[in-house]
Design a protein. Structure first.
Length: 480
């Protein structure tokens, strides 16, 4: 294979990891899930779209092993690996295997973990030549063009003498329309049927219409490390043009998901995008905060919105205040009633073990979930990622009782413990939460009725049910 005329032959790699590990879920939940799920590797697809002749390989959903990706090393001059705190040790092993296969291969790591721990990441292995901090799209483009690392902004790197260096920070991207579409990379390199999220129609496609989030949640990773806490958005025309292209590329896709941290941060823009999507006849869903007014919800629903993914987190107002969620429980209840009245499906997410958690707040959160009754739920354990305010608080107060955020099989573990509430009890609360929510006659009847109406839902729910029962059995073994 000859050198590409526009720069280095570049491989973008989401490395193989634990079986079923969804590292593409970059913001909060980089782990194996209760049911098998895979998000799109959008953060890798974006720079891949900037590098001519590149290739994106997403090993986990494609079922690729280390041996499979090792063979690719000799075909490329540059490999860019997406890493995370839970997967970093395994990702280093992948980098070392690639380097052993091709000693001339330049290897860089991107992702929130290396953005905040540059020197530690570089020191972990000589196979890592550079890491990116901040947004890395144009940083990687310049590296792939063959520029000397010392001249590329936004890098930590190892120089020719093996010394660790850093270049000036790269400012955030202000004109988001300068980023090319990711759906061309999806069409070229990915199999959309391999991406599956239980609460989304299958097959689905997800992408970002903006980066950053105005909220200040102490636990949320990407706004505090890469995306920033301003919502920088693509123009409405740019978004609609990509969706129109995606419809041509993927006629089989049933739903589009906007993976912005909080798509509803800009309500007038959200309404305008919705109206344009309505004219296209698109079914779509998005992340939302539990404070969207009824008038906006109605505009969204009338123009193709099917589902909102909502981070409720807790049924305790004190805990929401502790983590700076910026939501009142009474407002969340009202929002949920409005969404239900309009026929909008809600996938609600909750977190056990946030600062201030007690046996009483765990019970309050479960009762809150039963009261508002979202269609489906996801319950996570509080995860103090490096670079977040939650991590700093946990270090300062001595709450970190374990190091690894996942166990040897890639399942999320409880690492925070408090004098009044140990991490094992927090861990056990997940099974209690799931059982009380899903094993109610009302919920069982609703899911059964849904399966009867739609054979595709029946097949999906049966698969989810088997996965979920295995998850509960695994949790029980781990607890004992």
């Amino acid at each position: 294979m000859g050198r590409m005329p526009d720069g280095m032959r570049t491989l973008f790699l989401h490395p193989p990891s634990f079986d079923g590990y969804d590292g593409g879920a970059g913001s909060r939940y980089q782990a194996r899930r209760e049911v098998r799920s895979f998000w799109y590797p959008t953060w890798l697809a974006q720079p891949a779209a900037l590098v001519p002749g590149s290739r994106l390989v997403d090993a986990p959903p494609d079922g690729l092993t280390l041996d499979d990706v090792r063979r690719l090393a000799r075909q490329y001059e540059l490999a860019v690996l997406h890493t995370s705190t839970p997967s970093f040790v395994q990702d280093v092993r992948v980098a070392e295997a690639l380097r052993a296969e091709n000693p001339a291969l330049r290897i860089g790591f991107v992702g929130a973990h290396v953005a905040v721990q540059r020197e530690r990441a570089l020191a972990a292995s000589e196979a890592i030549d550079f890491v990116c901090h901040g947004e890395f799209d144009f940083t990687i483009q310049e590296v792939a063009e063959g520029r000397p690392l010392g001249e590329v902004r936004g890098l930590g790197y190892r120089d020719g003498a093996g010394l660790l260096r850093a270049t000036r920070p790269r400012p955030p991207i202000e004109n988001m329309d300068t980023l090319p579409f990711v759906v061309d990379v999806y069409a070229r390199d990915l199999t959309v049927e391999n991406y599956y999220i239980g609460y989304l129609l299958h097959p689905y496609v997800s992408l970002y219409t903006g980066r950053g989030c105005r909220s200040k949640c102490t636990f949320c990773l990407w706004p505090q490390t890469v995306g920033g806490q301003r919502y920088r958005t693509r123009s409405v025309d740019h978004v609609i043009e990509e969706i129109a292209l995606a419809r041509r590329r993927f006629p089989q896709v049933k739903e589009y998901f906007f993976d912005d941290d909080t798509f509803t941060d800009d309500l007038p823009r959200a309404e305008e995008i919705a109206r344009r999507l309505g004219r296209l006849g698109v079914t779509w869903s998005c992340n939302a905060k539990a404070d969207v007014p009824y008038a906006t919800l109605r505009v969204l629903k009338d123009n193709g919105l099917r589902l909102l993914l909502v981070g409720y987190e807790s049924g305790s107002q004190a805990i929401l205040n502790n983590v700076r969620k910026g939501i009142r429980l009474d407002r969340a209840r009202e929002f949920t009633r409005h969404a239900r009245a309009l026929g909008i499906t809600i996938h609600g997410t909750f977190i056990m073990g946030l600062p201030g958690e007690t046996r009483e707040t765990i019970e309050a959160t479960i009762k809150f979930a039963l009261e508002i009754d979202p269609h489906t739920i996801q319950v996570s354990l509080a995860a103090p990622y490096p670079g977040t305010a939650l991590y700093r608080e946990a270090q300062e107060r001595g709450w970190l009782e374990a190091e690894s955020l996942v166990d040897a099989g890639g399942v999320q573990t409880s690492v925070l413990g408090y004098p009044h509430l140990g991490r094992t009890e927090i861990f056990a609360s997940l099974e209690q939460f799931y059982r009380r929510f899903y094993f109610r006659p009302r919920k069982i009847f609703a899911i059964g009725a849904e399966m009867i109406r739609d054979r595709a839902v029946l097949r999906r729910r049966l698969g989810e049910g088997a996965d979920f029962l295995r998850f509960l059995a695994r949790r029980r073994r781990e607890r004992h």
